[in-house]
Ligand binder design. Structure first.
Ligand code: 0RA
Length: 637
């Protein structure tokens, strides 16, 4: 870094445009934009850390809703800027400096919404106070809505170095000025993972919580963290190298590539990517190159070892099943594309990542043959499962086409064909199924009992379960077929209602069914046709009156209301304990029952949880089921 000098700042304009059109600078004036203010300030300190001058950042969420960010970097320069006759500190805080901005010589973040500068934060704050510890002195200046209300003053002496920025987001700009500690914590932890050795402290004074993040292992530790609770099949692979590549402007540039990844025995894929420590949620050239090269190298390896037959080839999805990866690149002029500026566009990064992957990963796998074998085994079984799933789908399709009049024997169908009235109850257990068949209104309600223990097949993928008879009965009863063969017009019922016991097994089955609908019959969820029945948890008798209660909370409330009265409480352990009349009244009669419509978010959650259920980690599975079982209880219509 050269010395700070007057020329390195190009003064463009004041801050009025920022208050006029905040969205242009921070994306939005909602929650997202609000949090962006904090990131903007933290990123300045992070840049100082990347340049090697700072190893500690502290963020405090104050009780008054303001945020304070302190670092032990060099401190923002305070010298008087000769051209304007103002302190550099004031210039930095009160002018928009685009282009040749106040930047480090290293990899400066310059794309999109990132690195718009701390002056933008100043402009959008009700007030902001900056302190600089530099040359033994403490400097201070205060602003209101971007305008200085004090000069840059020396307010004391110190032996510290660094910068402290404290600001309060302006309620005139933001619809909601409440910062979410969880969001901030998540982001700060992520940043700490990206810069090994950097300590980031977070203190939430509203809730009295303090956290400290420091990861010497960098993104390697990040992958370990992401895979907690999953069963890894090898140690985290870490590769890091620089590559010299040509940009589209014909310049040769150095790109630093860091990749950490690990396979688990799960079926999901999780890739987090960053460019210059900025998260690229929509991926980009670095992610595309990583995926392409991983597939290519695995195919080459599979060929070489003879496990791939002549006509076989791994597809991307085979190679990424159970993969958790973190990709972090540093590039001189990052281009962030897309609506939210979260996709990396630099073509030269594609070349750099391909090159580093080819050279370093090959080398790694040559040295660590056992790891290579473990991964290859996983990829092969993913490929076989994909082929098996295709055959299973084919089979169901054929079954649908050839015998589409043969409905499952266990289905008690309804007589109406009016889609807007008809309902299919998928009921757990034969005894509850029997009661439901007796209880239903056969004109518009159909009942399909399924056995409770469909899920005993441990560590099986959903694809395999498609072959399961219970599942194929459901698919045939619903009528639409699945996946690419889904035909909305074949739908046989207007509502599909999942009715399971209020216990762990019930939650288990519900998750499986939601995952099935989510992955293979998604339009049904999007149209809001899938529901969960909420059977009561208690029946209470007070005198001659009977009441049904649907939650612990309702029971407590009830007890308070009837305190002193004699009551008889029956707890239902399962649907099977209700006689048909009770089942009708509490769970099936449209005018008295409770049902919850399943949203896409619910189904996504179920899909995620399904992975945990199917995974091998018994304790996290148990924990999840219990949590999830409670959660559905808390929902209401
Ligand atoms: C430009 C030059 C110098 C430091 C900084 C910027 C700087 C900015 C921020 C913002 C938050 N924390 C910061 N820390 C440092 C260094 C000038 C010099 O000492 O040569």
């Amino acid at each position: 870094m050269e010395n700070y000098s007057a020329e390195s700042i190009k003064i463009l304009k004041g801050l009025e445009p920022v208050r006029m059109r905040p969205g242009m600078y921070i994306g939005s004036t909602g929650k997202r934009g609000l949090h962006h203010l904090v990131y903007e300030v933290v990123d300045n300190s992070v840049d100082e850390a990347l340049a090697g001058y700072c190893d500690w950042i502290k963020v405090i969420l104050h009780e008054d809703g303001s945020v304070e960010v302190e670092d032990n970097g060099r401190g923002i320069p305070v010298e008087v800027h000769p051209e304007v006759g103002k302190s550099a500190l004031e210039v930095v805080m009160t002018t928009l400096h685009a282009g040749g901005k106040f930047s480090k010589d290293s990899y400066k973040i310059s794309g999109g919404l990132h690195g718009v500068g701390v002056s933008v934060v100043n402009a959008l704050s009700e007030w902001l106070e900056v302190r600089v510890y530099r040359d033994g002195k403490v400097y201070r200046q205060r602003y209101e809505r971007g305008t200085p209300v004090t000069p840059v003053e020396v307010i004391g002496e110190t032996n510290k170095r660094g910068t402290v920025v404290r600001f309060k987001p302006d309620p005139l700009i933001f619809s909601d000025t409440e910062l979410e500690p969880d969001i901030l914590e998540h982001r700060l932890r992520e940043t700490a993972f990206l810069i090994p050795g950097l300590r980031i402290e977070f203190e939430d004074r509203i809730n009295g919580v303090k956290k400290s993040f420091k990861y010497e292992g960098g993104i390697k530790e990040y992958v370990k963290h992401l895979n907690q609770g999953k069963k890894a099949i090898h140690d985290v692979i870490f590769i890091r190298d620089t590559a010299y590549v040509e940009t589209k402007y014909g310049r040769r540039e150095e790109v630093l590539v860091e990749i950490a990844f690990q396979y688990t025995d799960s079926y999901s894929e999780e890739i987090h990517s960053f460019a210059n420590t900025v998260k690229t949620v929509d991926g980009g050239t670095h992610v595309t190159a990583f995926k392409a090269m991983l597939t290519r190298l695995m195919n080459e390896y599979g060929r070489k070892t003879g496990v791939l037959k002549e006509k076989e080839a791994f597809q991307g999805e085979d190679v990424r099943e159970g993969l958790t990866a973190v990709i972090s690149v540093y590039v001189r002029n990052p281009e962030f594309e897309g609506q939210t500026k979260s996709k990396l566009g630099n073509e030269e990064v594609y070349d750099a990542v391909s090159k580093v992957m080819r050279e370093r990963l090959k080398e790694y796998l040559d040295i660590n043959q056992d790891v290579a074998k473990a991964i290859l085994g996983k990829v092969i079984s993913a490929m076989r499962a994909r082929e098996a799933a295709r055959r299973a789908k084919e089979m169901i399709r054929r079954k649908n086409i050839l015998e589409n009049t043969t409905l499952p024997g266990k289905l008690a169908d309804c007589s109406s064909e009016d889609l807007e009235r008809t309902e299919l109850f998928i009921v757990e257990g034969d005894s509850a199924g029997g009661s439901a068949k007796q209880a239903r209104d056969r004109e518009f309600q159909a009942v399909l009992p399924i056995r409770g223990k469909i899920l005993n097949v441990e560590k099986s993928s959903l694809d395999k379960l498609l072959k399961n008879e219970q599942i194929s009965d459901i698919i045939v009863a619903v009528g639409t077929g699945i996946g690419e063969d889904f035909q909305r017009e074949k739908l046989r019922y207007g509502k599909i209602i999942i009715m399971t016991d209020a216990d762990v097994d019930g939650a288990h089955i519900r998750t499986l069914l939601l995952t099935l609908f989510y992955r293979y019959m998604k339009p049904l969820i999007e149209e809001g046709r899938v529901y969960i029945a909420l059977p009561p948890l208690y029946r209470v008798r007070v005198g001659k009156e009977e009441y049904y209660l649907y939650s612990e909370a309702e029971l407590l409330e009830f007890k308070e209301k009837y305190a002193g009265k004699r009551m008889e409480i029956q707890r239902y352990k399962g649907l099977g304990e209700m006689n048909p009349e009770q089942l009708w009244e509490t769970t099936m009669n449209p005018s008295t029952r409770k049902i919850v419509r399943v949203t896409i978010e619910d189904a996504e959650e179920a899909d995620r949880l399904f992975e945990i259920l199917m995974g091998s980690d018994v304790s996290s599975r148990r924990e999840f089921i219990e949590r999830h079982a409670l959660k559905v209880r808390e929902l209401d219509i």
